[in-house]
Design a protein around this ligand. Structure first.
Ligand code: SF4
Length: 378
């Protein structure tokens, strides 16, 4: 590894590959296990740490994010063990943000003791809906009341909370969604991520839809729902700072912002991704999935050359709605203004992107066109 790369700030991501049950729309890398063996996971993560040379072991990451799967399905002592293993593997004392994903039904005093004792400051709660009908469709184990109690319990321990909401499920009305958003606001949540329901190929939901037993979400409904969220959340003073993310001032997600700002990250666990910027390009690796990872098999490595890395950095920086300082972006990716003008010509002609005050950004009100922007600039 070159020293230039070594000196760059980086984030650590650890993937916990268990869920207590399978949500019918999801194809993430997880095994259904309501009582997973935390010691086995820590052992396997330790072996990965030993065999990889790019993990910057002992260095101080800017952020740590423990995701999954469902990290909170681990018993409290296993969760404490995993978080302790992370602190023993990297220097987490000056971390700007340490997040652990939780499902609401797992928020209890013992697990909160585990996260608070380790120095974690933020929970990402997979609430998905405050509507019982929505939770049933999404196959979630918790009730709306449990979600409320989970946020309150986390806040009572001084933790910041980010809520995930899934919108656009069949049967959801805009009136019902507004009531859900009222609940989000009543809880004074610091951060909210909004996702349109997407049914991944090969999932139970897709098979049920093929047999006519379930409806697929409609793209138009999802767009209406996402626009409604923007209107309500911004109206209540949350900043819509990224295509799918809203935050109270100062509560923007630091770890995820690192992805959009082109920072390095190290991912451990099955299917976890890593990226290292060096020599103008990016080395991206992704771990083997499932049993292959447990068997110690390596994953794939892809090297983006400087041009491909510059295009990706341009696209990622446009996820942030404040955009990016043009001069800073060009200096970072080693390109000139003519390159930027050419790459953004189509998106600017469509009115999706603009340069204002030296910043390149998505034009006001055009963030719903982000997929089109991606196709134009990549
Ligand atoms: S959505 Fe989350 S909790 Fe549900 S199966 Fe996928 S990873 Fe597990």
């Amino acid at each position: 590894m070159d020293s230039r790369s070594d000196a760059q700030p980086f984030g650590v991501y650890v993937h916990v590959p268990y869920c207590a049950r399978a949500c019918p729309y999801c194809d993430f890398d997880f095994a259904v296990d309501a009582r997973p063996d935390g010691a086995a996971l820590i052992g396997a993560l330790g072996r990965e740490l030993e065999r990889r040379e790019d993990v910057r072991r002992g260095h101080a990451p800017r952020t740590v994010y423990v995701g999954g799967g469902t990290p909170s399905v681990l018993a409290a002592e296993d969760l404490a063990g995993l978080l302790g293993w992370i602190s023993a593997s990297w220097d987490t004392r000056a971390c700007a943000e340490w997040t652990v994903e939780f499902n609401p039904e797992h928020v209890d005093e013992a697990r909160l003791d585990a996260v608070c004792g380790a120095g974690v400051g933020r929970l990402s709660l997979g609430v998905q809906s405050f509507d019982a009908a929505g939770l049933r469709q999404l196959g979630r184990a918790h009730s709306p009341a449990q979600a409320v109690r989970a946020v309150e319990a986390a806040h009572a321990r001084g933790l910041h909370v980010s809520l995930d909401l899934i919108v656009g499920w069949p049967g959801q009305t805009l009136e019902g969604l507004r009531q859900e958003l009222d609940q989000v606001l009543a809880l004074s949540t610091e951060h909210v991520s909004i996702y349109a329901l997407t049914i991944e190929p090969g999932t139970p939901w897709e098979r049920l839809a093929e047999r006519g037993v379930r409806r697929l979400p409609r793209v138009d409904d999802a767009a209406d729902a996402i626009s409604c969220c923007a209107q309500v959340l911004e109206g209540a003073g949350l900043c819509h700072y990224e295509v799918a993310s809203y935050a109270r001032p100062g509560a923007e997600a630091v770890h995820n912002s690192g992805y959009w700002q082109g920072r390095d990250y190290v991912g451990l666990g099955p299917s976890a991704a890593s990226a290292r910027h060096c020599g103008g390009g990016v080395v991206r690796s992704s771990n083997a999935r499932g049993a292959d990872w447990w068997n110690g098999e390596g994953g794939g490595v892809e090297t983006l050359d400087a041009e491909a890395a510059a295009r990706e950095a341009l696209w990622l920086s446009l996820r942030l709605l404040e955009g990016v300082q043009v001069d800073a972006l060009l200096a970072r990716v080693g390109r000139d203004r003519a390159w930027l003008d050419e790459r953004t010509a189509r998106a600017r002609a469509r009115g999706n992107v603009e340069v204002a005050g030296g910043r390149l950004r998505v034009a006001p009100g055009r963030w719903l066109h982000h997929d089109e922007i991606a196709a134009d600039v990549l």
